[in-house]
Design a protein around this ligand. Structure first.
Ligand SMILES: Cc1cc2nc3c(=O)[nH]c(=O)nc-3n(C[C@H](O)[C@H](O)[C@H](O)COP(=O)(O)OP(=O)(O)OC[C@H]3O[C@@H](n4cnc5c(N)ncnc54)[C@H](O)[C@@H]3O)c2cc1C
Length: 286
């Protein structure tokens, strides 16, 4: 039986907190074009518009996208192809073919929506025969490529709650891919940067990195580095270095090296901070 008949799963509603409540069955194309999301959370509509193809976005849902399985160029292959290599951890074996050994599976979580929801500090609602619970998007992902989701098999994701938007903050999603059309991200960056328009000093900066590891993650220490400071060149470079140090992809996407994916994280973080800074200065002058 489908989930379509369950009331509330298609909701897009303003919450008393000022945030937005989204049902799990809202499609990616609806997220991309919904006016409230475009104006309040631009990075989320950009991420939805960048996912997959128009046909898939018309069918693919918010819930399904958040709960995608992890991918790896050594795993997403036919049985015949895989039989030429040792059985990998994700296929029930005891090695990782991407790094040639080890006990950890590095399959990548490649959903386009999760980094933005992580940056925005969203929560997901989950229901099961035991009742309902809410968990932060950060807690939804385990970081284990074999079992990437912290949900039980009988749990249904019913919706997502976004906190009240940061008025006027810079909000953008960057997706690294080699084709402009249908392609999972090779690396992605979701940036929310709040710069005071009168002083041009950074109030807060939250950036999540996606598609380079088994879970999307927030850059650690970024706000501490930038808060209260002017986003000028040496500091932007320092922040881009911080992102580069915390990003450690392995060679598990065909056609693009881990080195290049890591480099693109640095490029996007630098670009986000430069754009946020430039925009605040333009507004201050106007
Ligand atoms: C060729 C191709 C290219 C793609 N490219 C991209 C891309 O570039 N970026 C991107 O982000 N995504 C991409 N996707 C994924 C796509 O955008 C959809 O997000 C994805 O297919 C999920 O679709 P769905 O909503 O039908 O979920 P399903 O495929 O039906 O579900 C995905 C998983 O989540 C479970 N599930 C779904 N909804 C719920 C729920 N409410 N509660 C509990 N469990 C649930 C399902 O049981 C399943 O295990 C691509 C998919 C394809 C086929």
């Amino acid at each position: 039986m489908g989930l379509g008949g369950i009331p509330g799963l298609l909701r897009v509603e303003r919450l008393p907190s000022g945030g937005l409540g989204l049902g799990a069955l809202v499609t990616l194309s609806a997220l991309a074009r919904e006016p409230q999301i475009r104006s309040l959370y631009p990075m989320l509509s950009e991420a939805a518009a960048a996912a997959a193809s128009p046909q898939i976005r018309a069918m693919g849902t918010l819930g399904g996208n958040l709960l995608l399985n992890t991918r790896c160029c050594y795993y997403n292959q036919s049985g015949a192809w895989r039989s030429s290599l040792p059985v990998c951890l994700k296929a029930g074996g005891d090695t990782c073919n991407a790094i040639g050994g080890g006990r950890k599976c590095f399959a990548i979580f490649s959903g386009d929506l999760a980094p933005s929801l992580l940056t925005l500090g969203a929560q997901v609602q989950v229901t099961s025969p035991r009742g309902e619970r809410a968990l932060a998007v950060a807690e939804l992902y385990t970081g284990d490529g074999v079992r990437p989701l912290a949900l039980e098999p009988d749990e249904l994701l019913t919706g997502v709650e976004l906190p009240a938007p940061s008025e006027g903050a810079y909000s953008r999603y960057f997706k690294y891919r080699t084709r402009g059309s249908l392609e999972f991200p090779f690396a992605s960056v979701a940036a929310l940067i709040d710069v005071d328009r009168s002083t041009c000093l950074c109030r807060e900066a939250r950036i999540a990195i996606g598609a380079i590891s088994s879970k999307p993650f927030l850059l650690d220490g970024l706000s501490d580095l930038l808060r209260g400071k002017s986003l000028v060149e040496p500091l932007i470079e320092e922040a881009a270095d911080l992102a580069w140090r915390q990003s450690k992809p392995v060679e598990n996407i065909a056609g693009v090296s881990a080195r290049q994916r890591r480099r693109m994280v640095r490029v996007f973080v630098r670009r986000a901070l430069s754009e946020a800074s430039g925009r605040a200065r333009t507004q201050e002058e106007a």
